[in-house]
Design a protein around this ligand. Structure first.
Ligand code: NOJ
Length: 530
């Protein structure tokens, strides 16, 4: 820990998609024992905490985001004893463990929903969102993120239930205090087992308009966008009342020591900040995804950083994300060279970075043949390029058969570049992406100004973005070239280059007439910190 900063402020988070990280039993699906075996890799990489996408019992219609038992482990991933062993092993190696909490919806096979659905007067009826239709149609125009109406008619009881995602993922009714209490108990169950935090799935969806008003059309909708974007979801998401629910989740976290509450929230910075809560009694880290959607130019990235820094409430801690299991792989989105620049940006910005497994070796979006598609979103809306399987393919460990991921048949195809793009090969190559990540993480650990220092933009000119990080009188300069051509650096930038993302200028003086190559970024220790 640095000064008074908490581990989740100075540390780096690493997202594991458990199905795809490491298989230990040959069924082609990753599991908890597999993760345990790879902990030394993560420790050596230099991250501080693992966030696991859901590992709870689930019919796997949405690969674990459809939970049928909140306090168990799906046999596909192992047993509760394996989970306890994972927490113990991670902690022994100095790594924290963060679980995915999916409180917005359950699986339709969850006993709560089975009861709720069984009759209109079942005591659990009100645990979900049931409404009468309007005329011959659904209660209102709300849409499912995965396509079509968000309302599903239930023949037996003659009412509709609401599902923001798949029809097999009914939304819980967070206006019901019993639902809140049940979910708080779920949290306590895992927190008592030693879990260090939760990433809360779709936090901004948790509560919906009490009057069920129609969402208005989205004026920015354009052909080709996912159909969900046709509406502005001002009534079905991001309601002001959600802050009270988030504060309730936080109070549960605060019953335990030093835990972190992270929220998955796809909103612009100006709206995101509400999720820190009044007086910071909300999420400690409302995920900031804005780098994922911002045009990859020095100007728009520089402006975004300033805009985000400006709206952060007093005392709120920033965070940055470049990829996850729902978005196209970074290296495919912006290209391999720029992905190396992005690594330097992410790990030198003020705020907690989250890395997505495989990005540290530059894994790319894998093209999935139609007969191997697994993602329900892609299956609902085929051919729209919405599929998420391509960013969820097995981790590439080595060049052996199935990349060292499994002895069986992997549940998704491997990237066809795995023989050269893998952990073993990149470990041996001094200038690899993996060794760049290791060097950046190492530098971040050694230089507190990178982890917790202040941020100040020094210059943005064309493709060049230069900023300073400073902590207790020690400062570093980061200069990034977002273009593909050589750019000269300002003449007054003297000092030592600590690291270049090309991995070839390490600890050497800044030369006279210093230029950055295309997509090059450097961290400089200036002669004078000012
Ligand atoms: C967000 C998760 O990240 C995504 O994978 C999932 O499909 C939806 N929430 C529904 O739970």
């Amino acid at each position: 820990m640095i000064d008074n900063f908490r581990w989740w402020q100075s540390g780096v988070l690493y997202q594991i998609y458990p199905r795809s990280f490491q298989d230990s039993d040959g069924d082609g699906v990753g599991d908890l024992r597999g993760i345990i075996a790879r902990l030394p890799y993560l420790r050596e990489l230099g991250v501080d905490a693992l966030w696991l996408s859901p590992v709870f019992p689930s019919p796997m219609a949405d690969f674990g985001y459809d939970i049928s038992d909140y306090t168990g482990i799906d046999p596909l991933f192992g047993a509760m004893a394996d989970f306890d062993a994972l927490v113990a092993a991670a902690h022994a190696q100095g790594l924290k463990v963060i679980l995915d909490l999916v409180p917005n919806h359950t699986s339709d096979r969850h006993p709560w929903f089975i009861e709720s659905r069984s009759s209109r007067n079942n005591p659990k009826r009100d645990w979900y969102i049931w409404r009468d239709g309007q005329g011959s149609g659904p209660p209102n125009n709300w849409l499912s993120e995965f396509g079509g109406s968000a309302w599903q008619f239930d023949e037996a009881s003659g009412q509709y239930y609401y599902h923001a995602f798949l029809r097999s993922q009914p939304d819980l009714n967070w206006r019901n205090p019993d639902v809140r209490e049940a979910m708080h108990e779920v949290m306590r169950f895992w927190l008592r087992r030693g879990v260090d935090g939760f990433r809360v799935d779709v936090m901004w969806h948790l509560i919906k308009d009490a009057q069920f008003r129609d969402d208005p059309p989205n004026p920015d909708f354009m052909a080709g966008m996912p159909p969900y974007q046709e509406l502005s979801h001002i009534h079905s998401t991001d309601r002001p009342e959600v802050q009270d629910i988030v504060a309730g989740l936080r109070r549960v976290m605060d019953e335990f020591e030093d835990r972190v509450l992270i929220g998955e929230i796809y909103l612009p910075p100006e709206k995101l900040t509400a999720y820190y809560g009044k007086n910071l009694d909300g999420a400690q880290l409302p995920f900031n995804f804005s780098l994922i959607g911002t045009p990859w130019t020095a100007q728009s990235v520089g402006d975004l950083i300033d805009r985000y820094e400006k709206v952060l409430p007093q005392g709120a801690w920033p965070n940055w994300v470049l990829g996850n299991h729902d978005r196209m792989r970074l290296a495919s989105r912006i290209g391999e060279d720029q992905a190396r620049l992005a690594a330097m940006l992410l790990l030198t910005l003020r705020g907690t970075p989250t890395l997505y497994y495989g990005d540290e070796i530059g894994m790319t979006q894998v093209t999935i043949p139609p007969d191997r598609v697994r993602d329900p979103w892609e299956k609902n809306l085929p051919g729209r390029g919405l599929g998420r399987d391509g960013c969820r393919t097995p981790m590439q460990w080595d060049q052996s058969r199935h990349a060292g991921f499994t002895n069986g048949e992997p549940w998704l195809p491997l990237g066809d570049d795995f023989a050269r793009r893998n952990v073993a090969a990149e470990t041996a190559d001094k200038t690899s992406m993996l060794n760049l990540y290791r060097a950046l993480l190492d530098l971040r650990r050694k230089r507190p100004e990178l982890a917790v220092g202040s941020y100040r933009r020094i210059l943005q000119d064309g493709d060049l973005l230069v900023y300073q990080r400073e902590h207790q009188g020690r400062g570093l300069i980061v200069a990034l070239n977002f273009g593909s051509h050589i750019i000269p650096l300002p003449k007054d930038l003297n000092g030592q280059i600590l690291l270049s993302n090309f991995m070839d200028r390490l600890n050497c003086p800044v030369p006279i007439d210093f230029t950055l190559r295309g997509a090059e970024g450097v961290v400089i220790l200036p002669d004078s910190p000012g």
